[in-house]
Design a protein around this ligand. Structure first.
Ligand SMILES: Nc1ncnc2c1ncn2[C@@H]1O[C@H](COP(=O)(O)OP(=O)(O)OP(=O)(O)O)[C@@H](O)[C@H]1O
Ligand SMILES: [Mg+2]
Length: 184
């Protein structure tokens, strides 16, 4: 099954492809409002106004059509949101950046599970050695939260660089602990 972590990983690829240097991912759960919200905000090249209206259509893509000829990331997230009593909002300012906001009903039976968020967050933080992106990754559960930022998290892990060996494991453990804390 496609988890919310899979969706996040997919949508973040769009931000990376758009040349973003700062990418902010927020997972926010508010059970009193029965709300599950995912926000992905980037400062990539944005979406042309004439493309914005078609963006959620299945198969719309501006990707170079060398491999697959279809674009699925946004339409799959859109379908999930609609199926679970929520919606997908795409806001973009051409040349300045894009914000994707996905909402779902928290207790909806069709809402996918979050999956392995520490794995996705760790992968993104580690990808920084190649792409120099500054990540802000946060998870808020009923007001309790944690936030990962490249520099701060490196200090917390007592590492000099994400390229060091064994960092993936340390990072994964660290995020797992933070996950446990917000749900406690
Ligand atoms: N964050 C973003 N910044 C700039 N353009 C975006 C962003 N997200 C989506 N787009 C635009 O929307 C199109 C559709 O995105 P979508 O994720 O649905 O498909 P895709 O990325 O083209 O293909 P796939 O996700 O299947 O690999 C993209 O081709 C791109 O033009
Ligand atoms: Mg995509």
């Amino acid at each position: 099954m496609r988890t919310l972590s899979d969706h996040i990983f997919d949508l973040v690829q769009n931000s990376i492809n758009a040349g973003a240097q700062n990418i902010h991912v927020t997972v926010e759960e508010t059970t009193s409002e029965n709300l599950y919200k995912i926000i992905i905000k980037d400062d990539g090249h944005g979406i042309k106004p004439e493309h914005l209206s078609k963006i959620k259509n299945t198969f719309f893509t501006t990707r170079a059509q060398t491999k697959r000829r279809v674009g699925l990331g946004l339409s799959l997230m859109d379908a999930t949101c609609q199926r679970t009593g929520g919606s997908l909002a795409v806001e973009s300012e051409y040349r300045h950046g894009t914000t994707i906001t996905a909402t779902m009903e928290h207790d909806h039976t069709d809402r996918p599970p979050i999956g392995d968020l520490p794995d996705v967050f760790a992968s993104l933080m580690l990808s920084t050695t190649e792409n120099k992106i500054i990540w802000t990754l946060e998870h808020i559960f009923n007001g309790k939260k944690y936030r990962l930022k490249n520099r701060v998290t490196a200090d917390e892990l007592n590492i000099f660089s994400y390229a060091e060996s064994g960092v993936r494991d340390k990072l994964y453990q660290l995020i797992n602990k933070k996950e446990e804390k917000i749900y406690r």
